[in-house]
Design a protein around this ligand. Structure first.
Ligand SMILES: Cc1ncc(COP(=O)(O)O)c(C=O)c1O
Length: 439
């Protein structure tokens, strides 16, 4: 009997499928990290969505909380598995002010360890195993695992089939396209249970404006499909009014949080995900949340959520930071300025090298088209190019496979995980690669 047979079906699948295919190379790259003087030939990992842009500032503020305050009594005990009451209040106030820009009741929130766990919890509370979650392509590769591994939902990559210049005026998801997906899913014996949008999107940086959200919400409510908008990058907005970026957005869309529309409709079919991992750059704190007016969903979340809950110590520290509104205002402004600076470094270099990229509104990424360097249109060729870039330049991009897009040769670069000097070094090396006659 092989060893894996000692495991359940889920256990066997978990033991055989790594969370991401690029993790091993990531650990290797981290061990041989670039340093301008100590390791100038070192590797630069740009594949994992981390934001270190303003950690210096946040760390200082967090340390002030722990220096100046005694730990309150409640921190050592059990609390509401959906989030400690004082933390839920502080987060509701934070989200209302900075993200949704409309009042948001604390009782509409449920927390767990990062968006990853929120996605998993929401998926098994709303969907039955075998149901389908529709996600416009390209999309976050790990959705497949979060929705699939435990909740057993299928991922359907909705191909919107647009050129990049068309995409600049919005992701084209029409009611007809949704109906076509619904028919296809039902013909295969499954149920179209939820539509998941990410805004700003990972990896494209695209957003959905208010009128599009309204249209999609109408369709979903009418067809009894849950619409969930993941706004995990909601405050990581790029200043597209910057003189050097205006050319990329001739008819700019405007970001409106789905929370605003939810407040108006108060519908059990509409939900929002958020996390502190990206905008606040604290993925290690593991704070994620579901916002929903569907009270039974929040109650169910609470009833089964203890295993996923966030440590009270983390909740306490962060509630104290969030309550300092002036600090948060400055922190968000500074983060967005630094994000815009990083974005500019990358896109200016790509422009010089004639590498097409998707004009972004926000997120931590640049999504670029390296199709011209592929040998052919196969996945193998994509994989070879990804490895070749790593071997020749030491730059680890996110592998293209997994984003679910039918176009080949599109790669994601994380632009917020390294400092300015390292980012410039990365673009210098990539420029050499793009110019190299072997390609
Ligand atoms: C769209 C999206 N959702 C969820 C996550 C996971 O976030 P967390 O670290 O809060 O679990 C990520 C991380 O990259 C993401 O890009």
């Amino acid at each position: 009997m092989s060893k894996t047979n000692l495991l359940s079906r889920i256990g066997q699948s978990a033991s055989q499928n790594p969370m991401r295919v690029d993790l091993e190379l990531f650990y290797e790259a981290e061990k041989d990290q670039f340093h301008p003087t100590n390791n100038p030939e070192g590797k630069i990992a740009m594949n994992i969505a981390e934001n270190h842009m303003a950690w210096d500032m946040l760390r200082e503020r967090i340390q002030r909380v722990t220096r100046e305050n005694d730990i309150p009594e409640w921190v050592a005990s059990y609390t509401d598995p959906a989030g400690a009451p004082s933390f839920r209040e502080a987060t509701a106030a934070f989200l209302s002010k900075f993200l949704t820009k409309s009042p948001l009741p604390a009782e509409s929130l449920a927390f767990s360890g990062g968006a990853t766990s929120v996605i998993e919890m929401t998926a098994f509370l709303l969907g039955n195993p075998g149901d389908t979650a529709v996600i416009p392509a390209p999309a976050y590769p790990v959705y497949s695992g979060d929705l699939g591994a435990l909740p057993g939902l299928k991922r359907y990559d909705l191909q919107t089939d647009q050129s990049w210049s068309e995409l600049n005026s919005g992701v084209s998801i029409s009611p007809e396209l949704l109906q076509k997906a619904k028919d296809e899913i039902e013909a295969s014996g499954s149920t179209f249970r939820m539509l998941i949008l990410t805004s700003p999107d990972n990896p494209t940086g695209m957003i959905y404006d208010q009128s599009q959200l309204e249209t999609l919400a109408d369709w979903c409510e009418q067809h009894e499909v849950h619409l969930i908008v993941n706004e995990i990058y909601g405050l990581s907005q790029i200043d597209i009014s910057h003189p050097e970026l205006q050319q990329d957005h001739p008819q700019p869309l405007r970001f409106t949080s789905f929370g605003k529309l939810m407040a108006k409709r108060n519908s059990p079919w509409l939900h929002l995900w958020y996390s502190f991992s990206k905008d606040l750059g604290i993925s290690g704190f593991r704070i994620g949340l579901l916002h929903s007016y569907h009270q039974e969903l929040i109650t169910g979340y609470r009833n089964v959520g203890l295993g996923h809950s966030i440590s009270n110590y983390t909740q306490w520290v962060m509630q104290e930071v969030l309550k300092d509104v002036a600090f948060m205002e400055y922190f968000i402004q500074l983060s967005q300025e630094r994000l815009t600076e990083s974005y500019l470094i990358v896109v200016k270099s790509l422009r010089k090298n004639n590498i097409p990229y998707q004009a972004s509104y926000g997120s931590l990424f640049v999504w670029m088209d390296l199709f011209q360097f592929l040998k052919d249109q196969s996945e193998t060729s994509e994989q070879e190019l990804w490895l070749k870039i790593y071997q020749e330049t030491g730059i680890l991009l996110t592998p293209a496979h997994g984003f679910g897009h039918q176009k080949k040769g599109l790669f994601r670069m994380v632009i917020t995980g390294v400092d300015e000097l390292t980012l410039k070094e990365a673009m210098k090396r990539l420029t050499q690669f793009f110019e190299s006659p072997s390609y």
